[in-house]
Structure formats: C-alpha cells, structure tokens
Design a protein around this ligand. Structure first.
Ligand code: HEM
Length: 465
C-alpha cells in the first residue's frame, strides 16, 4: 500500500456501491443491456461506482481524471483483466490486444508500430480512396442495400491491401467465410462474457471446438498471404508493407518472431483493423440518415472542398465537418463501447479511493461519453461538439473511442483517415436514407453492431471525376 493510502481515513476511501438485487446484484440489468446500465450509472456517479454481480463486485470508471490515471499515469500498476484475456485470448492468442505481459507487449508494439507511422499511412490513403471509388461502381442511380455488409467488406479489402498487400479475390478463403467466422467468434465471446463460470480452453466442448475451427480459418488466410510472398527457398519478397516488415523483423538478439507469435499478431491486426472501422462507418451512415440537416451540411462541405473530383489524401485537412461527424458518431455509438477491463496488480489509492489488489474496473467510452459533466444533453447527436473550438474545451480522456496510454489503439490514425475517405467518397455521390423496415437494436458485444445489419436506401447526387 502506498504512503498516501496509509494517511487517509478508510471512510474517505470507499467507492460508492450500487447494490442491485439480493444475491444476483446488478447482473440482470448488466446482462440485459450493459450500455444502458452504464449510462444510468454515469448520471448518478460522476467519477466511479462499484456494482455487485454474483460472487464479486466490479467497478465502473465514469470520469476523465480516473480514466487518465488508470490508462496513463498508473498504467504499470494495472493489467488487462484476466477474465477478458482468457476469453479473447482463446481466439487472438498473444497478439497486441491480448498480450498481458508488460515487457513482451512493449517489445511487440515496437516491432509493429513503424507500420502505422504517419508517413506510411499517408501512402495507404490512395488505396483507401481507390477501393472506395471502385466499390461504388455497380451501385447505379438508386437502390437499397445493407450498408453494414458493404462496410465490413470494404474495410476488409482495405486492410488486406494496405497492410498485407493482398487482394481479397486472391485468397482461397473467401471474404464471406472470414466474415462468418468473425461474427461467430463475437457471438461466442459475448455468451462467455455473460457467464459466471468458464470452462477451460482444453475441454473439447462444442464452443471450444468452434473457436479452434474459426482460428484455423483465420490462420489459413494469413498463411496464404505469407506464402504468396515467400519463394521456394523461403526468401521473402519485400513489398514495403506491414507484413514484409513483420516477416523480416528481428528482436534485439537477432532472433525472429516464432510462427505462432507472427500469426497471433497478423490475426489480431486483421480483425482489429476492420471490424471496428466498419461499425464506426455503419453507425455514421445511420446517424446522417436520421439527421437530414446534418447530412445536408456534410454534402455542402464535400461539394465545396472537393468540387467534382474524388476525395484524396490532400483533401483530408479541409474536410473538417466530415471529421466532426465521424467523431460525434463514435461518441454516441462507440464501436468499442468498453475497453478491456483493467485489474489492479497491487493494493493502492486511486483518486480518493482505496483499491484492493486484483480489483477489476470497466473503463468505457459508453460511460465517459455520456457523462453530463463533459457532454451536455449527451443523447443528442451534435457534431458541433467537435468543432476545433469546442473540442479544445474537452478534458483529455473524456472522449476515449481509441482508449489511451501505452495500450491506445495502434490503428487510430489509420482508422480516422480511412473513415474520412470512405464517408467522403460515398456521401459525395449518394444521399442516404434509412430503410423504414430497418429496426435499430445495438448489440454490445466486443464491438457495437446493429442486430440485423443496416438497410439503407440511396439516391445519386453526383458523379465524381
Ligand atoms: C474506428 C476504428 C477503431 C476503433 C474505434 C478502435 C478502438 C480501439 C480501442 C478502444 C483499443 C484499446 C483497447 C483497450 O485498451 O482495451 C484498440 C486497440 C487496438 N487497436 Fe484499434 N480501433 C479501431 C481501428 C483499428 C485499426 C484500423 C487497427 C489496425 C489496423 C487497430 C488495431 C488495434 C490494435 C492492434 C490494438 C491493441 C493495441 C495495444 O494494446 O498495443 N484498430 N482499438
């Protein structure tokens, strides 16, 4: 325990408790809809709350200050929660997201980081813009389609091309099979997150066998990508992409990554690199369809900045309203609605609170983004919150769609650039409205998607040259 904690009276240090029902505590409310549960708690507890679930009490951070403390200032005193890592690690192994060893994570992150250097992602912009343009080629003048499926495919094609220099059509496993595998994993992980007891991974339960099969599909995809650039002697052709970088990467002692570690990193980047952006864009299309006045303002910016030419890297800085719309969309419907829980490595004091060893905390965009201290009338979709002037007033870590600290999303600049280029390309050419038959039922699994896709109608505005 730190000296600070010893000098404080224990009565000053208890986190307020939301008890819930006898024995089962808040589990029913949490299992029914964790986002609604967090939104209710954040109205009542402005910095932190504990809540009971069977056998334990969990805590939810609701303030920017405490989020900053855990993610940044005190990050070495926390790890990602054991339970989250067990569930997600069954698919992702020890890739960057699920690597819970401080030193090993640091080494791996250093190897992957150059792939996301500003100069490098600048080079990805052309692919993002070209693929978006190509995607629209068969849309015609008007129609109705599931834009969540479109975004899933488009972002998968983009991540495959930019990071792995692979055209999806060249892969033996087609994108439908990969899509199904990823959705199935989300479903399994979600049911495991809602269970009090977990079966060990080695037990051949139907669920464990299913996860093994999903991972086999993804490994096969990655192996195909690798084999396409390795000649018969095992030499690797250098294409200047992230895959070449990782295949050639060496640790300080000159050794290379094991095949297992390499596959874990690649599968992690592949999944983390498109599902999230795809959901961010799907929700953005939904929100602009629901708010025609905002869609009109977006069109006005696109017409003014782009004239009739298609968007490219050089336009990104000028597309300020486009960026505001995406940021506000990720505030109100955050694609990663909760970060992985964090667990205290030791007894400590956090803010004014006494924290026992192994205490588990949720740090969640779905909580911080609805704290009325930072976002007035938080349920209102209002991109003006992210005008340069207003954004400056936000405390750091009030807005955390990409997390923060040493575990901040490695692809955040990549994702923002991609989301801007895709939204700009689509909205420049089409006006979107929501299919009246479409129901909205956000599913808070590992990422936040809508149940039943997102059917939209579209009508041509203009053709870009
Ligand atoms: C809108 C899109 C995206 C969102 C909202 C998002 C969100 C996040 C968040 C919140 C985390 C931190 C999780 C935690 O601390 O528990 C994270 C980590 C990560 N993200 Fe993203 N992400 C996006 C796009 C991407 C892309 C495009 C890539 C790669 C191409 C990527 C790769 C990763 C990786 C590897 C990590 C783990 C980083 C580490 O722990 O070192 N993400 N992301």
């Amino acid at each position: 325990m730190t000296t600070a904690s010893i000098t404080m009276a224990d009565s000053d240090l208890a986190i307020p408790l939301e008890k819930g029902l006898p024995l089962i505590g808040c589990l029913p409310e949490m299992a029914k809809n964790p986002i609604d549960f967090f939104k209710r708690l954040v109205q009542k507890y402005p910095d932190c709350v504990e809540f009971s679930v069977p056998l334990t009490r969990l805590a939810l951070i609701t303030s920017a200050e405490l989020s900053h403390q855990i993610l940044v200032k005190e990050n070495s005193r926390f790890r990602k929660a054991d339970r989250d890592m067990k569930i997600m690690g069954s698919l992702l192994g020890t890739g960057l997201v699920t690597n819970n060893q401080h030193d090993s994570h640091k080494v791996q992150r250093k190897l992957v980081q150059p792939g996301f250097h500003f100069r490098r992602i600048e080079g990805y912009a052309q692919t993002m813009a070209d693929y978006s343009q190509r995607y629209l080629e068969d849309w015609g003048d008007s129609g109705t389609r599931d834009i969540s499926d479109d975004m899933f495919r488009l972002t998968m094609y983009i991540v495959s091309k930019t990071l792995f220099d692979t055209d999806m059509e060249d892969l033996s496993n087609d994108s439908n099979q990969i899509g199904l595998a990823i959705h199935e994993f989300q479903r399994i992980a979600d049911s495991r997150f809602n269970q009090v007891f977990q079966s060990p991974d080695w037990l051949p339960t139907p669920r464990n066998l299913k996860i093994k099969k999903i991972r086999a599909v993804l490994n096969e995809t990655m192996r195909t990508m690798i084999s396409k650039r390795t000649d018969e002697q095992g030499n690797i052709s250098e294409r200047g992409d992230l895959l070449s970088m990782l295949l050639n990467a060496e640790y300080e002692d000159g050794s290379k990554m094991s095949e297992k570690q390499l596959l874990d990193e690649l599968v992690t980047l592949f999944i983390a690199g498109h599902e999230t952006t795809s959901n961010a864009l799907t929700w953005t299309f939904y929100l602009i369809a629901k708010h025609p006045e905002i869609q009109e303002k977006l069109h006005a910016e696109l017409d003014q900045v782009l004239d009739d030419s298609s968007p490219s890297f050089g336009d990104l800085d000028a597309l300020t309203y486009t960026e505001m719309v995406i940021k506000e969309s990720m505030r109100i419907l955050p694609p990663v609605w909760t970060l992985n829980c964090r667990q205290a490595n030791e007894e400590m004091v956090l803010g004014n609170y006494h924290i026992p060893k192994d205490k588990v905390f949720f740090i969640a965009p779905a909580a911080n983004h609805f704290n009325p201290k930072y976002f007035k009338d938080p349920e209102r979709f209002d991109p003006e919150r992210f005008s340069a002037e207003n954004e400056k007033k936000l405390p750091r870590y009030a807005y955390i769609p990409f997390g923060g600290g040493p575990r901040v999303c490695i692809g955040n600049s990549f994702a923002m650039m991609e989301a801007k280029l895709i939204l700009a390309t689509f909205a420049q050419q089409y006006k979107i409205s929501l299919d009246p038959a479409q129901t909205i039922d956000p599913q808070p699994q590992i990422t936040l998607s809508n149940k039943g896709g997102m059917s939209v109608s579209y009508i041509k505005r203009k053709r870009a040259s």
